[in-house]
Design a protein around this ligand. Sequence first.
Ligand code: XUL
Ligand code: CO
Length: 439
Amino acid sequence: MKEYFKVGKILYEGPQSKNSLAFKYYNKDELILGKPMKEHLKFAMSWWHTLCAKGQDQFGQNTMVRTFENEDPLKEAYEKVDAGFEFMEKLGIEYFCFHDRDMAPEGRTLEESNRYLDEVSDYVLEKMQKTGIRCLWGTANCFNHKRYLAGAGTSPNPEVFAYAAAQIKKAMDTTKKLGGKNYVFWGGREGYDTLLNTDLQKELDHYATLLKLARDYNIKSGLNAQLLIEPKPKEPTKHQYDFDVQTVIGFLKNYGLDKDFKMNIEANHATLAIHTFQHELAMARVHHCLGSIDANQGDLLLGWDTDQFPTNIYDATLAMYEVLLNGGLETGGLNFDAKVRRQSFTDEDLFLAYISGMDTFAKGLRIAAKLLEDKVFESFKEKRYASYQRGIGAKIEKREISLEELSEYALEHDQITNESGRQEQLEMLLNQYILENSD
Ligand code: XUL
Ligand code: CO
């Protein structure tokens, strides 16, 4: 069997190691809060960025030098399977995520595309059985082809709606075949560029219909995956309907779909929505719909989805803090929806990027676990809201009070004293935990 990467197996060498091709913080079997790191951090390889991205941008051509290239796209798809499994095995990554069209090429007809996907996914299944590597989630690419120029479920053209439905059905069947426990809907081109040509009501209704049909098929087909919506506020359209977690929750509730879907939260999408990553995770957590994570980061100075590998320890700490508060991600995991920069065109760069991302989240997990164990923020918050446990506070919480009674109460208690929110102290403590645990 051909070896695609010159890099060997990546091992844990600990924080003192100077070897860039080794983990410093990710020690897969080490117990954190009684659970092995690899169970807290179900890392996944993104098929598209890792095996398909070639480094092109809107101004320039491909830059990546890859050993798994072939003039015949179908043959290349098989090479990508071999290369992808070698890559995951060498990094100790136990999951992957895929779109239908990055696993197998688009054919001349839908029937041919389906056949390609069947064939390549048969081979993927073989590799999964040999290696024990699993599928975290599957999805359909209903945004790349020009037929989707005006959306998929929200296209004004019902032929496009039908085509998208067919692609989703097939991607769900393939996810079932590969044993995926989650299925993702990223809105792709479900949004608008101008309201001058857009019937907002119809588009929202149609989008909800597509999701309802997929929800029903998830049960009918026996896939029974956790369905996930991935919010993103803009790009490619000016306004995406799945703007952010709160918007999606409102949409799902409006159409009676809130029990059927959770969220797949991507850090760079949070940035585009002018939220922190932690905000999106916390919002999903308190609404019991935190499903999975697309682990990456954006560039705060660029206004687009740069999909960089996560290196920010501060953000990763707060993200893992939310995950721990959530009691984990159940069927979800951390998919590196991230690509190497176009100047990082060697195979080795791919390994370095994943090692860096995995170590960032491993470090974040370690710090978050300590913060939680020591109840640094939790005990502060408990005290901050403690007066809601007694007197007038308890009545408000139990909703055993009217506006008139509150008015009477306030008339008698109009000299109010507040307590400091201690933001700077808490930020200092967070820094201390990050720095104290710097090796
Ligand atoms: C696009 C994006 C997608 C989804 C899956 O910004 O994040 O790759 O994760 O379609
Ligand atoms: Co994503």
